[in-house]
Design a protein around this ligand. Sequence first.
Ligand code: ADP
Ligand code: MG
Length: 198
Amino acid sequence: MKRIIIITGTPGTGKTTIAEKLCRKLNNSELLRSNSLIKEFGLYKYRTKDGELVADMERLRNELERKARKSAADTVIIEGHLLCDIRIKGATAIVIREHLRKLQKRMIARHYKESKINNNIVAEAVDYCGINAEKNYEKVYEIIGGDNAVENIIGILEGRQKPLKQIELLDELNHFIKTPKQKKIKKRYASVALHQSY
Ligand SMILES: Nc1ncnc2c1ncn2[C@@H]1O[C@H](COP(=O)(O)OP(=O)(O)O)[C@@H](O)[C@H]1O
Ligand SMILES: [Mg+2]
């Protein structure tokens, strides 16, 4: 039976790198990159004034399900940060987590705006992708990014390795907040945490 594996997580956690390696390691597998599909098939609603595409989630979901169904591969891997907010039928979700400092460095290297970096740091700290993936997928596993990630994913898929259900990075947010500017992040975190408690 065909299996579908979702690789999701905050931007910069290493999804694309890990999904590509995983695809090379698994026999007869195919990789679908949701960001590429959004651009290629125009699966977006509009462009923001910063030029970013706002995805049409329903069309993206339909296109991914159609492509996964049509695929001749035994394993279809789908990667992208939006996938935690979408339900792909029968898929297993792997959430890639990463330490906040590492994530910050990677986003700076990508020249992301400061506000975008701060939002994504908070999202990672509160495990936005993990919490939402839990709502949309029956099987959800969290993996810390880095060189061992692919082996760990294969170990979990083959039932050799006991998965970690959740990875705790919230504590790192406190060490992160040092400058007055970064205190703004703390305010944001407070509102996110309150919202999530309902
Ligand atoms: N295991 C790793 N070791 C070192 N750098 C990595 C590793 N995995 C990813 N990176 C780097 O981190 C950055 C983000 O990785 P990428 O796979 O593009 O993340 P995402 O797809 O989640 O946004 C890239 O510059 C990539 O080279
Ligand atoms: Mg990517």
